[in-house]
Design a protein around this ligand. Structure first.
Ligand code: LLP
Length: 404
């Protein structure tokens, strides 16, 4: 993804041509980038030889999941819907883990029937429910118990999951009690200790703290876990970060632990695999000038990309056509939705652009389309994938008739 001459292009295809043909707003992904990310992720943790389960919630597009399957990743799912999608994409049940605090009995029953690798449980009630279902089905079920390590992930509070006030996992004391209880269970086998402390983590320290807790608990319980599932959370560079996650250091810290406890590592990365593979192409509908700033009103809105409105997340916005003329006035990129939070980014200055020009909203591959909605009865955008210079339509644009 780069400018070729003056025009922003994805794998050598000019975005302007894509917009002309497929209209905007338009999600566009690069296969090359996806493959590169997966290769890099594997390389970073090569000496752990982990099972890598893509966090489907980050992007649920079936075609992308198929590509991810072909590149040999498994799946981390959090609902029966995601599980069905992952299976449909060809991902083998034995490469699927199921997480989440509120799995219903129907969801659990479906997962048990499909014989997935692990159900990562998050409470005693859930464990009792699985036990009940397993007994009825006369099956043994492999489970993990998700630990809440009470570790601050030092990320946005809304996407932090590993502190004691968060709803996720069970605290150390309960973890140990549950493990004791399950030792005598006829139907459930505890195979995994799982943990996931949050998302968009750029600091190694929270991961190291988390590993210390994991290490301490395994020592204390002397339990032989076949798997340690460390979740995902690896952050990416959206543009204004000062830090970058040091994978080498993280891998080294993990290696130290598994040397002692000899377990297979599972990862559940979402954002680090898919985040920077996608852009959202949008057209400027109007430019509304006020005395203090210019509003650039786009045809994309918070329903297409929710992250800025929901978390105050910042995605870089760049013009489709590069020039060296700038307007030295605050410009605010907003969408047409009737909410003041329908706002993507405010910049002190931006290149001079005109109504009908295109802009590119960057790094929207993760939690972009998957968080989209039909708010204001707006249609969900189209998604395309560029693979080896070929354009693949991987989701059609919704039609008004789809909503009626
Ligand atoms: N495993 C579990 C149990 C999770 O809850 C999550 C994300 C992941 C793995 C993947 O995390 P990742 O590698 O993508 O950071 N919508 C928010 C992010 C919410 C993440 C929820 N859980 C956002 O747009 O930033």
């Amino acid at each position: 993804m780069k400018y070729i001459g003056k025009n922003f292009s994805i794998e050598n295809i000019k975005v302007i041509n894509l917009a002309k043909k497929y209209k905007t707003p338009l999600y566009c992904y690069s296969y090359k980038k996806l493959r590169e990310n997966i290769i890099n992720f594997k390389k970073n943790f090569k000496n752990l030889n982990p099972i890598i389960c893509f966090a489907v919630k980050a992007n649920t597009n079936l075609k992308l999941l198929k590509e991810i399957n072909k590149l040999n990743l498994g799946a981390d799912v959090v609902s029966v819907g995601e599980l069905i999608k992952a299976l449909k994409a060809g991902i083998k049940p034995k490469k699927i883990v199921f997480s989440g605090v509120g799995k219903t009995s129907e969801e659990l029953s479906f997962a048990i029937d499909k014989k997935i690798l692990l159900i990562n449980t998050e409470s005693k009630s859930e464990i009792l429910e699985i036990e009940k279902i397993a007994k009825l089905k006369k099956k043994t079920v492999d489970i993990g118990i998700r630990l809440n390590p009470n570790t601050d992930a030092k990320t946005l509070s809304q996407i932090s999951t590993g502190k004691k006030q968060d709803k996720f996992g069970v605290p150390e004391k309960h973890f140990i009690e549950l493990l004791k209880y399950l030792k005598n269970s006829k139907y459930l086998k505890v195979k995994c200790l799982s943990v996931h402390i949050g998302s968009q983590i750029l600091d190694n320290q929270p991961y190291e703290k988390m590993l210390n807790v994991v290490d301490r608990i395994i020592k204390k319980t002397k339990y032989k876990f076949q798997f340690i599932d460390l979740g995902g959370g690896m952050g990416i560079a959206y543009g204004n970060e000062k830090k970058q996650l040091n994978y080498k250091k993280y891998a080294f810290a993990i290696k130290k632990i598994i040397k002692k406890h000899d377990a297979k590592i599972i990862f559940e990365p979402g954002r680090s695999i898919i985040g920077n593979t996608g852009v959202l192409i949008s057209k400027i509908i109007y430019i509304k000038k006020t005395s203090s700033k210019n509003f650039l009103i786009l045809d994309a809105a918070m329903n297409d990309l929710m992250r800025p409105a929901l978390y105050g997340a910042k995605h870089r916005i760049i013009p489709e056509r590069k020039s060296n003329k700038f307007v030295n006035k605050i410009c605010e990129f907003v969408g047409p939705v009737c909410e003041s939070t329908d706002k993507f980014l405010t910049m002190k200055k931006f290149q001079k652009v005109n109504e009908k020009d295109l802009v590119i909203i960057s790094d929207v591959g993760a939690y972009g389309m998957s968080l989209s909605s039909n708010y204001n009865e707006r249609l969900k955008p189209m998604e395309i994938l560029i693979k080896r210079s070929k354009i693949n339509i991987i989701r059609k644009r919704q039609k008004h008739s789809d909503l009626i």
